[in-house]
Ligand binder design. Structure first.
Ligand code: G3P
Ligand code: MG
Length: 251
């Protein structure tokens, strides 16, 4: 499916998160309304083993609660307001379950699930996510990414037909992911940080037969440059702007 989407692929990063609270159904709905083909979201486990969609390790920044996601039960997390931090208009938005996102947007939007169990790398997150993908028959509609290559190895064993992408940390910290050594983990796709991308690095990745999806690109001039350099995808908080620029660059 990834190759059949409009190219370069535009991923609404945490939904249309410039205009709605990140990683909420409201942000994914807005992205869908704007007509984008793909979304990105951050998946992790609650204390009772449910897969929820939230970026940070704690609920502190994006909700009215406190504490680490992995130490809170689903019922505790579901009581929290995940909209007000962004604006009063979104008061009452919840931290979504991955199941809810699959239910509402599955087979309508292509979904990049970032496996974000970075403080519990051996937890069963890949197993739970794979079960949901099978249940909703979304094998052709998902792409998995993670900064932790071990997650990609695990999810690839469970869902060998789904593409996986290695996220590269910024700068020197991401050199291993950007090098040839990581071919065995992520033969097809790399997600580098914007400041590390040059026309030459894109050409080099293409020579390695890897797609290049760049995070996180919000400025018009950066979007335009990446599209001209041949990037295969971008993550952006403003998918409407990215779509406008894509259509201009392509014509
Ligand atoms: O997947 C692209 C991007 O989401 C990775 O960084 O911290 O926004 O999850 P982060
Ligand atoms: Mg992410």
């Amino acid at each position: 499916m990834l190759e059949k989407l409009p190219q370069p692929v535009i991923f609404a990063h945490r939904g249309a998160s410039a205009f709605a609270p990140e990683n909420t159904l409201a942000a994914f709905r807005l992205a869908a309304e704007q007509g984008v083909e793909a979304i990105e979201l951050d998946a992790k486990l609650t204390a009772d083993g449910e897969v929820v969609v939230i970026h940070d390790m704690t609920v502190d920044r994006t909700t009215n609660g406190r504490g680490e996601v992995r130490h809170l039960r689903l019922d505790e997390i579901r009581r929290l307001d995940a909209g007000s931090f962004f604006s009063a208009e979104f008061r009452g938005e919840k931290v979504p379950l991955l199941r809810e996102v699959f239910e509402e947007f599955g087979r309508r939007l292509f979904i990049n699930v970032e496996l974000t169990n970075y403080n519990a790398p051996l937890d069963p997150l890949p197993i739970k996510v794979a079960q949901l993908v099978r249940e909703y028959r979304l094998e052709d509609w998902v792409l998995f990414s993670s900064f932790n290559p071990w997650n990609l190895i695990r999810i690839h064993r469970l869902l060998p037909e789904c593409p996986v992408a290695l996220l590269a940390l910024e700068g020197r910290a991401g050199w291993l992911a950007r090098s040839n050594f990581m071919r065995w983990v992520s033969p097809r796709i790399i997600h580098p940080f914007l400041a590390d991308v040059t026309p030459e690095s894109i050409t080099q990745e293409h020579r390695r037969k890897r797609r290049v999806h760049v995070w996180t690109v919000n400025r018009a001039e950066d979007l335009e440059a990446l599209f001209r350099w041949g990037a295969d995808g971008v993550f952006t908080d403003d998918p409407a702007l990215a779509m406008q620029i894509r259509s201009r660059v392509k014509t």
